[in-house]
Design a protein around this ligand. Structure first.
Ligand SMILES: Nc1nc2c(ncn2[C@@H]2O[C@H](COP(=O)(O)OP(=O)(O)OP(=O)(O)O)[C@@H](O)[C@H]2O)c(=O)[nH]1
Ligand SMILES: [Zn+2]
Length: 371
């Protein structure tokens, strides 16, 4: 099916006005039925207290979210969604939103087992990692799994490169992260001098990006470097009273001067995985590659004969740390999913058997016995 080309030379054209915040022909095509109903397209900037801010061709409008707040928390409208808004009314309502291309979800920090939708339609997940502290590869792996699971393409940005003046050391650090993140671009930036930010700006110029990383990773500073203005609050001093720190609480969607859109999601510090098994597989793609050569199709890479993963660890091709990380993430992910999914219980029992087999194998190895 084809749709009439939009007149991009007219500043009144919604296509023109919304292109800067990610509108494209495919969105326009999907929106056509809503347009026929006289609804306006717009992108959700923030959602709060039953209402949301939506950027439309006529500017930012406040709209009621009653129609797009179903019981399933993952289906609640969120920042980044493309909404179909009533052209007028008091209140005016968001009637629907377009199917998401990608969705960022995390498990809630509470014991409740429901996921939380953080952002929709994100193309690039920029994982900020500070070079001011020792690299935590396991933590990077968690962020990568979360990113892959969302459908966005991850990118690791090592921030505060000025704190690692030795280029050889810096190259080694980059290499460590590259090994941890197959299929992922790794950049270094110094937001103070602006070094490297041009490369990042070019990568994020196409599509919508989100900044992930623990507190202090340099996300706000990076956002400012990309935006070329001090729009985001940067904390100059760290509170050390242990009572937690004041952080930015807005979740904004901003058009970048170099092209692209930035969604700022502060507070993504305690990253939990939410049903991210596919994401875990992608983070550890080299392990899954080895696993293809295991003798048994359902090999758990613990003590099975003909296990290609264990052979890779033995030969040094695969780091033991990676395999442990992989198992840990898979287990953590399973625990979260199992909270809501009783069907997984039988598989958890299988996992428990594997763990006990693992324990026995370690025990035998310690005593010098063969498996
Ligand atoms: N030396 C150096 N310091 C930096 C650089 N970028 C950021 N910083 C400092 O690192 C600290 C944390 O930076 P933020 O941008 O606030 O970190 P954040 O990830 O946004 O932190 P939260 O808002 O708590 O999530 C600030 O004191 C910055 O000044 C850099 O390139 N070099
Ligand atoms: Zn195996």
């Amino acid at each position: 099916m084809s749709f009439p080309a939009s007149d991009s030379s007219s500043s009144n054209s919604p296509a023109h006005a919304l292109a800067a915040i990610g509108w494209d022909d495919a969105w326009a095509a999907e929106f056509a039925p809503y347009e026929a109903q006289g609804l306006l397209p717009g992108r959700v900037v923030r959602v709060d207290r039953g209402q949301c801010d939506v950027v439309t061709a006529q500017g930012t409008v406040r709209a009621d979210t009653a129609f797009v707040t179903p019981h399933d928390p993952l289906r609640v409208i969120c920042t980044g969604d493309w909404a179909a808004v009533e052209p007028a009314g008091n209140p005016r309502y968001v009637k629907a939103y377009l199917p998401r291309r990608t969705a960022f979800v995390r498990s809630t920090s509470s014991q409740r087992s429901e996921g939380q939708i953080l952002a929709a339609n994100v193309d690039h997940a920029v994982i900020a990692v500070s070079l001011a502290v020792e690299l935590d590869l396991g933590r990077i792996e968690r962020f990568l799994a979360l990113a892959w699971e969302s459908g966005a393409q991850p990118l690791v940005v090592l921030t505060k490169a000025d704190l690692v003046p030795d280029p050889v050391v810096l190259a080694h650090l980059v290499q460590d992260v590259e090994t941890t993140a197959p299929g992922v671009q790794v950049l270094t930036v110094c937001s103070l001098t602006g070094e490297g930010t041009d490369v990042l700006a070019a990568v994020v110029s196409g599509g919508t990006s989100v900044l992930l990383g623990v507190s202090g990773a340099g996300k706000s500073t990076l956002a400012n470097a990309l935006l070329g203005a001090e729009v985001m609050e940067v904390q100059a001093a760290r509170e050390t009273d242990g009572k937690g720190r004041h952080t930015t609480t807005t979740r904004n969607l901003l058009a970048l001067p170099g092209g692209g859109v930035l969604i700022d999601t502060p507070g993504l510090r305690g990253v939990g995985l939410w049903d991210a098994e596919a994401g875990v597989g992608q983070v550890f793609s080299e392990i899954e590659d080895h696993a293809a050569d295991c003798r048994f199709h359902d090999c758990a890479h613990v003590a099975e004969p003909g296990c290609a993963v264990l052979a890779a660890v033995e030969s040094g091709a695969l780091a033991q740390r990676r395999l442990e990380s992989y198992r840990k993430l898979l287990r953590e992910n399973q625990r979260i999913v199992a909270k809501t999914d009783a069907r997984l219980r039988s598989e958890l029992r299988r996992d428990w058997r594997l763990k006990s087999a693992e324990g026995r194998a370690n025990h035998a190895a310690k005593r010098g016995g063969r498996l």
